[in-house]
Design a protein. Structure first.
Length: 570
């Protein structure tokens, strides 16, 4: 049986599990209750289209005080009951509210996270799909189950105030899931999963425009303008009704289901009802409901609400094919055909106002979009969408400039689509370098104009332009090209020669510049123990030798390929 370890583990990480059992309470040194503030913990992911499910149980989350001291546990799923498994793929460009915890006032600089390594499973995006897990020997979690995440800026918790911490699982990071062909049981593929190096703190720039994944749970209290919900993650949250514009309520126990706009909680929404809520943060940190679905039958919430990724769009038949799990969370995924008719309303990222209706809008939906729907009749042979909330809109493919350099054209086997640059706030960067984002489209236009055709790949998050009735590219991320092969020329300055399997030699640049340094890892297998060791730039010259097998993740530049990650060895 293969075993795995990461080189250069820190002493703090080694002791992390012990620290979880010695956490501070909510009392001051003299035994009186400590002043506390509320911290919302959210989890999200940077997307990876290769996987339809990446499941993991998040066991504990704790805040580490500035200057040291016992971590303060804010979330503990091991305290009674079966913990909830998170499918990280469902969180692409969304955030799931894990818990809201009262934390002693003070300053915190790190988050301590513990996952259950035995809970990790992967399901690919193929049809039919394949699932790999730890029990079957095809998935191994590299590193320790407890690890530290640095906060990008100290978190100041103030008495009586709300604060938010978002942890981003970067599924698109080349090191998150490393495939090792033929190294699994019976010569199958093996996947190394690395949480420790691929979870980061993701600041929330504007709280009011931040999109949450729909919150699910059971109502525990109702007032005239708010509901308290015991959430699926064993937390509790109070959600206010939009008393100014009204929130949209769907009573799933009525037939037909007719949305009602109301500035207060409807009389039929009572304690013990099950709810699904699309909500938004207010500047104060409180949540306000945009739309609320409720029922006395928990199963109805799932049956009425397919959530998944669009795989195909047929504008002639007026249908979408959506990959989701109709039997419930954690069950096998299925490809389901959903009809769009004149009564279908389309929304964008939880908005209260429809951005389009009926089959005429369907051409604006593309494979890869993430949607949350409400269907008219879940028992029908073919589902018909009453509403479609586009939670994530993005185009991806080979990049080219549109006519007049006003935007980008994306070409892939499923579609060719174009989007103009957003009028304001457009940014672009090389994959995984968001701290080095470039503002405005001029630099990207200059770069793409100087590259050979079909050499740049990229993805853009889209925003709806109501004026033009089309999508605008709000950003662009230059995606890496992944290649396997051999180093055929050693490091000279900052460049080495790499020959991909079946391809021609290429010049590849590496960098040691802080903030954009190339990540280089040596992978070795000794007696069944696979070790993944990071190499400092001072070690590169000795490691980059002709004949060494390697895998590179690189983006094109006006000159050579620029490597983001290089793995050496097996």
């Amino acid at each position: 049986m293969n075993r795995f370890r990461f080189g250069t583990a820190t002493a703090f990480a080694v002791a992390s599990i012990t620290l979880f059992t010695a956490c501070g309470g909510n009392k001051s040194s003299d035994g009186t209750p400590a002043a506390t503030g509320q911290v919302d913990f959210l989890v999200s992911d940077a997307p990876a289209d290769s996987w339809s499910a990446v499941n993991v149980v998040l066991q504990k989350v704790a805040l580490v005080p500035q200057g040291g001291g016992a971590p303060v546990v804010a979330y503990d799923s091991t305290a009674g009951g079966a913990p909830t498994s998170l499918n990280l793929v469902q969180l692409d460009d969304l955030a799931d509210l894990l818990t809201s915890a009262h934390v002693p006032a003070g300053t915190y600089t790190k988050v301590l996270v513990q996952i259950d390594p035995a809970s990790v499973s992967l399901t690919d995006s193929q049809t039919p799909s394949h699932t790999y897990d730890v029990a079957g020997g095809n998935v191994k979690v590299v590193g320790l189950p407890g690890f530290l995440v640095d906060l990008s800026a100290p978190l100041v918790v103030t008495e009586g105030q709300n604060a938010q911490v978002q942890l981003d699982f970067d599924l698109g990071h080349p090191l998150f899931i490393l495939d090792r062909p033929g190294m699994g049981p019976g010569g199958t593929d093996l996947y190394l999963v690395n949480f420790e190096r691929c979870v980061r703190h993701r600041p929330i720039p504007v709280l009011g425009s931040f999109l949450l994944r729909h919150l699910r749970g059971q109502v525990t209290a109702v007032s005239g303008t708010s509901i308290a919900v015991a959430t699926e993650h064993r937390g509790s949250k109070v959600i206010d009704v939009d008393t100014g514009n009204g929130s949209l309520f769907y009573d799933l126990d009525q037939s037909p289901v007719t949305p009602v706009v109301s500035p207060s909680v409807p009389a039929s929404l009572t304690v013990s009802k099950y709810v699904r809520v699309a909500s938004r943060f207010q500047g104060s940190g409180k949540l306000t409901a945009v739309r609320v679905w409720y029922t006395s039958d928990r199963a109805k919430l799932h049956r009425f609400s397919p959530e998944g990724h669009v795989v195909a769009v047929d504008t002639a038949a007026n249908t979408m094919k959506v990959l989701w799990n109709p039997a419930g969370p954690g069950t096998p995924l299925a490809l389901t055909t959903v009809n769009v008719d004149g009564g279908t309303s389309f929304f964008f990222r939880g908005g209260a106002s429809a951005i389009g209706t009926g089959p005429a809008f369907l051409g604006n939906v593309a494979p890869g979009f993430k949607v949350q729907m409400t269907v008219a009749d879940p028992a029908a042979a073919t589902l018909t969408a009453a509403s479609v909330d586009i939670e994530r809109a993005h185009y991806e493919g080979t990049l080219a400039l549109t006519a007049g350099d006003a935007g980008l054209t994306f070409t892939n086997p499923r579609y060719t689509k174009s989007a103009d640059f957003a009028a304001s706030g457009f940014t672009w960067w090389n994959f995984t370098y968001p701290t080095l984002a470039n503002s405005g489209s001029a630099g990207l236009v200059s770069l793409l104009s100087g590259l050979p055709a079909n050499t740049a790949r990229g993805a853009s998050g889209l925003t709806w332009n109501a004026g033009s009735g089309s999508w605008n590219a709000q950003n662009a991320i230059l995606l890496p090209i992944a290649q396997r092969g051999q180093i055929t020329g050693g490091l000279s300055g900052n460049t080495f020669t790499f020959t991909p399997t079946g391809g021609s030699a290429e010049a590849v640049d590496v960098s040691s510049t802080l903030g954009s340094a190339t990540l280089v890892f040596q992978i070795t297998n000794q007696g069944g123990i696979i070790t993944v060791t990071p190499l400092a730039s001072s070690q590169w010259a000795a490691a980059f030798t002709a004949g060494t097998t390697a895998r590179i993740f690189a983006v094109p530049t006006a000159g050579n390929l620029r490597a983001y990650v290089v793995t050496l060895g097996i």
